[in-house]
Ligand binder design. Structure first.
Ligand SMILES: [Zn+2]
Length: 351
């Protein structure tokens, strides 16, 4: 590509590249702050009538915005010209860049705030530092397979609250859980090989393992042990809920592959006096005899894939318990079965 030695009339000399999957709000905030402005000042300066910015958007680099800023075509080209980045590059990197409900091109520049159709999570801090040279968090619409950074052994957890208070933990370290990184490689291979058929099996497996994690009996040792390793032996019960998807991830992927390979097992009939063939097969597959318990399976679950409450309508790219556009807030841990230890609980008083 020939190098350009001149700048477009409005272009800033400070070029700022977007981060892949970044929210538009985040990119504009970074662009503005690069010029010692806030987002509203930047928009005003470019002649884009700004919407009343939500506090979450005006806070510099606010993570996990589900409120997104949508630009119409005229304002998009103003921003691209100013940033000195071709519009198609911005459209490629920023998933919601073209999400404005477009009116004809002649319309004057406009920007509006709207709820994004998916949640952003704070991207890998090490990658962000390498990419932007800054430690400011960059919220990104990461696809499921990118919730794990193999390079830095990091899991992106998303936003959580504990009893209504924001929990400042957004990442889990997988350095002591190599089996999760291995499962991630298997996940990517599985998707490549099976395409959309894998989504169905993955959604089902994710729902099942999450149900099992919550109802696991005391003799389940592997999941709590994984939680302890991820949490570095601190607050293991909290990590058991917080990193729930990571904790059951190896089993989720194994189960999804099994379901994809053995669709008939889903519909096998139960013989009187015997455990259901599917339950037996799953218990054997995952090495957990307690999974023969029929109570751990939804009724006729082979025929139903939508039994989980709050399942995201975009199962193809999203984990079921994380992203729900109708519930744009963070995930409340007590709703996931986590009970914080009560500091003043008196031993022996229970029951
Ligand atoms: Zn990384």
């Amino acid at each position: 590509m020939p190098r350009r030695h001149h700048l477009a009339p409005r272009a800033s000399i400070l070029r700022l590249a977007p981060v892949q999957w970044e929210t538009t709000v985040s990119y504009l905030q970074r662009l503005a702050s690069r010029h010692h402005l806030d987002t509203a000042e930047l928009l005003r300066g470019l002649g884009i009538p700004g919407p009343l910015l939500h506090p979450e958007c005006t806070r510099p680099h606010g993570p996990y915005t589900s409120i997104e800023l949508y630009l119409n075509p005229a304002s998009r080209s103003l921003i691209a010209d100013f940033a000195g980045i071709p519009e198609e590059h911005l459209a490629h990197a920023l998933p919601q860049w073209n999400g404005h409900r477009d009116k004809p091109h002649a319309a004057p520049p406009k920007a509006r705030l709207r709820l994004a159709p998916m949640h952003a999570v704070t991207g890998c801090p090490h990658c962000t530092l390498a990419r932007t040279g800054q430690t400011h968090p960059v919220p990104q619409y990461l696809p499921d397979t990118a919730l794990i950074c193999q390079r830095h052994s990091t899991w992106m957890l998303g936003r959580h609250t504990l009893a209504g208070t924001r929990l400042p933990i957004e990442h889990a370290s997988l350095r002591r859980a190599p089996e999760i990184l291995a499962a991630h490689r298997a996940h990517v291979r599985f998707l490549k090989r099976w395409g959309p058929a894998a989504d169905h099996a993955l959604a089902l497996a994710m729902n099942l393992t999450e149900t099992w994690r919550r109802n696991a009996p005391a003799d389940e040792r592997i999941w709590p042990a994984r939680a302890r390793r991820i949490g570095d032996n601190k607050r293991a019960r909290l990590w058991y809920a917080l990193a729930r998807e990571a904790i059951t991830y190896p089993e989720t992927i194994t189960l999804a592959q099994f379901l994809a390979h053995h669709p008939r097992t889903l519909h096998a009939r139960e013989r009187p006096g015997h455990a259901h063939p599917l339950h037996t097969a799953v218990a054997d597959l995952l090495g957990r005899p307690w999974l023969e318990n029929p109570a751990l399976y939804p009724d006729q679950f082979g025929n139903r894939i939508t039994y989980t409450v709050g399942r995201h309508p975009y199962p193809r790219s999203r984990w079921p318990y994380r992203h729900n556009p109708y519930d744009p807030g963070p995930t409340e841990l007590t709703k996931l079965g986590y009970q914080p230890p009560h500091p003043r609980a008196v031993p022996g008083k229970r029951r």
